[in-house]
Design a binder for this molecule. Structure first.
Ligand code: GAR
Length: 206
């Protein structure tokens, strides 16, 4: 299966997908393209170092966000990708893009949704004072971080945590779970029943 990874930043999740999936000859999943809205994203360097094609698509080059999303869709089609994996991609898709790729866009979020959606999930959870936060992998729908949840893992918040330390512990779980979720999808083991997701032969949910 050919996948597109979209990333706006450092790309540690992209790196684990490269290392654990793309480079594993026993797994039939290829990262066909890495797309970014940020030309400075280190994720692009990681892709180039692994000889994965990259595309940079800038919002300022398009009249509106629907047309910007269309430019992304053109690349998804050009590289013949079946799944779109958001790995620290920090823009929200407009409804036409979501409808076109319904249940074919996966996102990872550094909090236990539906708590603390949006761009600052780690900071918002800390400021609220929760004792447990975590990671959520979900399908993208028309809302912000509201789509069907595929996997979650809990991460305790320590009394002396700051945003950096908590995010680092959450990322350990992100890197463990995201490749598994992509593999399960490719194997046809993820079934969506309304808002609920069932994973067949599941031994991976924690
Ligand atoms: C990840 O922690 C991901 O959960 C978060 O961005 C980080 C990207 O890290 N995504 C969001 O906050 C989406 N709202 P990475 O660039 O090192 O993979």
């Amino acid at each position: 299966m050919r996948i597109a990874v979209l990333a706006s930043g450092s790309g540690t999740n992209l790196q684990t997908l490269i290392d654990q999936i793309h480079r594993d000859p026993t797994i039939d999943i290829q990262i066909a393209v890495v797309i970014s809205d940020n030309p400075q994203a280190y994720a692009l360097t990681r892709a180039r170092e692994s000889d994965i094609p990259t595309e940079v698509i800038l919002t300022e080059d398009y009249a509106d966000r629907v047309q910007f999303d269309e430019a992304i869709a053109e690349q998804i089609e050009r590289y013949r990708c079946e799944l779109i994996v958001l790995a620290g991609y920090m823009k929200v898709f407009q409804p036409p893009f979501v409808r076109r790729y319904r249940y074919r866009i996966m996102n990872i979020h550094p909090a236990l949704l539906p708590a603390f959606p949006g761009a600052h999930g780690v900071r918002d959870a800390l400021e609220y004072g929760v004792k447990v936060s975590g990671v959520t992998i979900h399908f993208v729908d028309e809302g912000v971080d509201t789509g069907p949840i595929i996997m979650q893992a809990a991460v305790p918040v320590m009394p002396d945590d700051d945003e950096t330390s908590l995010h680092a512990r959450i990322q350990v779980h992100e890197h463990r779970l995201y490749p598994k979720a992509v593999e399960l999808y490719a194997a046809g083991k993820i079934k969506i029943e309304g808002q609920r997701v069932r994973i067949l032969d599941d031994d991976t949910t924690s």
